[in-house]
Design a protein around this ligand. Structure first.
Ligand SMILES: CC(C)(COP(=O)(O)OP(=O)(O)OC[C@H]1O[C@@H](n2cnc3c(N)ncnc32)[C@H](O)[C@@H]1OP(=O)(O)O)[C@@H](O)C(=O)NCCC(=O)NCCS
Length: 203
């Protein structure tokens, strides 16, 4: 299923898309696995994690894992039919990725943030916008499109897990920026010094 959105999102606001660009979001699927790897590529300075972490049992030594190990996890996930997210296309070209899945399907999320089981909750596990597209509001727009699609899929609520802390680097924002979720109507339901769990009801 496709969701379409015309560009010109915030004309006049600097740093935000202000030209006619067609943004299209697609649920991840076998047909667009190649686009997943186009995004998670050396060209985008992003060929190490392959959105593997939430598929593991724990965070033990994650930093020491090789790109090859993470890619093997991703290939296994795809081979098992795990298409856990969305790809955003800008004028037909893959322009951003979001890892999105039913939260309890990957138990490391609940373990990491101390959450009780919730079959109605979906998780926003990770975002990636390539460097050349950053700072233009793409992540924000992608979030809007994902929320609309999750509602159509019958999701009851969606959770986000933004990092907190002083002077966060752009790489620290892989779970999204807290301010972005606030503006999108998420509220904090659990928090710690270095993260928050935020929820938005969809019904
Ligand atoms: C974080 C990231 C997804 C943001 O994408 P983007 O399209 O540039 O973001 P947007 O322009 O839509 O802005 C969305 C929010 O992020 C915030 N943001 C974006 N870049 C930021 C930065 N460098 N520092 C602080 N906040 C930032 C924006 O302020 C905005 O929040 P707001 O609505 O409160 O203003 C992107 O920078 C990225 O992919 N970073 C690398 C993350 C990564 O490594 N992911 C893969 C991990 S495996």
């Amino acid at each position: 299923m496709l969701t379409h959105s015309k560009g010109g999102l915030h004309p006049g606001r600097p740093g935000v898309y202000n030209r006619r660009m067609e943004l299209t979001i697609r649920r991840h699927s076998p047909e667009i696995e190649a686009d997943f790897f186009r995004l998670h590529s050396r060209e985008n300075d992003h060929d190490w994690c392959f959105c593997a972490p939430w598929h593991l049992d724990d965070w033990c030594d994650f930093e020491k894992r090789s790109a090859r190990e993470n890619r093997v996890v991703r290939e296994r996930v795809h081979a098992a039919g795990g298409h856990d997210g969305y790809i955003l296309y800008a004028d037909g070209e893959p322009a951003a990725w979001a890892q999105v899945f039913e939260r309890d399907s990957l138990p490391l999320v609940a373990r990491t943030f101390g959450l009780k089981p919730d079959p109605g909750a979906w998780a926003l596990g990770c975002f990636f916008v390539p460097p050349r597209h950053r700072g233009k509001g793409l992540n924000r727009k992608m979030l809007d499109l994902i929320l609309a699609d999750l509602k159509q899929r019958g999701a009851e609520r969606v959770e986000a897990y933004p990092r907190r802390g002083e002077s966060l680097d752009v790489l620290d924002l892989w779970r999204g920026a807290e301010g972005m979720f606030q503006k999108a109507g998420f509220r904090v339901v659990r928090e710690a010094e270095r993260w928050a769990v935020m929820v938005r009801e969809l019904n």
